[in-house]
Design a protein around this ligand. Structure first.
Ligand code: F6P
Length: 366
């Protein structure tokens, strides 16, 4: 049967194991042979034990575990053409010409490049006498499907990426814990949340956790925000609110493009209210630990759909991202989705916030 490689790449995310499990078992169920590629693309570049055929039982008992049991990496060698050529050779040695890649936009961009270069890489390998003409002819195209694994929920065009829901649960748990100590002391806490260029986690956490204020990259506050923030916190305290929480995305900016980080917020509150606020940076706690129920079942459905997609792919079908859109499984064009996603970071950098918000709204069911 056809042979499918599966790998996880870039930052890990809760639910990746459920996706790997679904790819492996889905492949076996549909008569294909699944291979795990370890440590992201590094396993493909290294070959040997970096690529291993998986059995049904190899992915037993992993669904509830955070992270990814097949490892992940941001692979430098794969960024070079030579690394991709070696990876192609190692995959071909095992007859693998279909890939399911679970990773962020960087990993999926690399995957698309690999797919486009594949025929040339094979030609080069053949010219060097590293693969036979028969091998080259038997695997003319690389068929790929992407699944976005990232707690950031930054892919434009899908509702949720793998890990986002679990990260949000983790953040809310932390906020609940923080508000009890904050309330006891009538204190203000400044809490930094992950998300790179994407404000989804802080914004959703602010709503679900009842925060007083939130700062996100896509919608910097208008000038004079320092005073407005302090007035708001003071009014809430005067009205009897004992716990004040200010959430800030790690990529938050002001209208001049300067970072609004925890220390700056601390200074603003100290100067405006004479209050010594406490700072909590949640960090990688958000990315670790048990995946939520949603991340388990969504990842399972995505994994199976991705296997179906690469098995149905033909030489000229475009690469897809398999995701959830408007609460339905959807196949999105990989290249376009990545371009749309990258564009948002560009809008933020250029100060084109209306466009950034518009693009995010496309994903968040505006
Ligand atoms: O993309 C996931 C993410 O956790 C971002 O939210 C964060 O900016 C980044 O990865 C942190 O990267 P690292 O794990 O390499 O420190």
């Amino acid at each position: 049967g056809p042979r499918i490689g599966v790998l996880t790449s870039g930052g890990d995310a809760q639910g990746m194991n459920a996706a790997v499990r679904a790819v492996v078992r889905g492949a076996i169920h549909l008569g294909a042979r699944p291979f795990a590629i370890y440590e992201g693309y590094q396993g493909a570049v290294d070959g040997g034990p970096g690529i291993r055929e998986m059995t049904w039982d190899d992915v037993g008992n992993i669904m509830h575990r955070g992270g990814t049991i097949i490892g992940t990496a941001r692979c430098a060698a794969f960024r070079e053409r030579e690394g991709r050529r070696t990876a192609a050779k190692n995959l071909l040695e095992r007859g693998i010409d279909r890939l399911v890649v679970i990773g962020g936009d960087g990993s999926l961009t690399g995957t698309d490049l690999f797919r486009r270069e594949w025929p040339d890489l094979l030609r080069e390998l053949h010219e060097r006498g590293e693969i036979s003409a028969e091998t080259m002819a038997a695997h003319p195209t690389l068929m790929v499907a992407g699944i976005v694994g990232s707690i950031d929920n930054d892919l434009v065009g899908t509702d949720m990426t793998i890990g986002t829901d679990s990260a949000l649960h983790r953040i809310i748990e932390a906020l609940d814990a923080i508000s009890s100590t904050a309330a006891s002391h009538q204190r203000t806490f400044i809490v930094e949340v992950m998300g790179r260029h994407c404000g989804y986690l802080p914004l959703s956490a602010a709503i679900a956790g009842g925060a007083d204020a939130v700062f996100v990259p896509e919608d910097p506050p208008r000038d004079g925000w320092e005073e407005r923030l302090c007035d708001k916190l003071a009014a809430a305290r005067a009205a009897g609110r004992r716990d004040s929480i200010v959430l800030v995305a790690e990529g938050a900016l002001d209208r001049q493009g300067e970072r609004i980080d925890v220390d700056r917020l601390h200074d603003v509150i100290e100067r405006g209210l004479g209050e010594d606020a406490r700072i909590t940076i949640l960090g990688h706690v958000q990315r670790g630990g048990t995946p939520s129920a949603y991340d388990r079942w969504m990842s399972t459905l995505l994994g199976i759909a991705a296997v179906q997609d690469v098995l149905a792919a033909t030489a000229d079908s475009p690469a897809h991202i398999i995701g959830v859109r408007r609460n339905r499984l959807a196949r999105l064009p990989l290249v376009q989705s990545i371009e749309n996603t990258r564009a948002v970071a560009g809008y933020i950098k250029e100060g084109e916030y209306d466009k950034a918000i518009e693009a995010r709204g496309e994903s968040f069911g505006k």
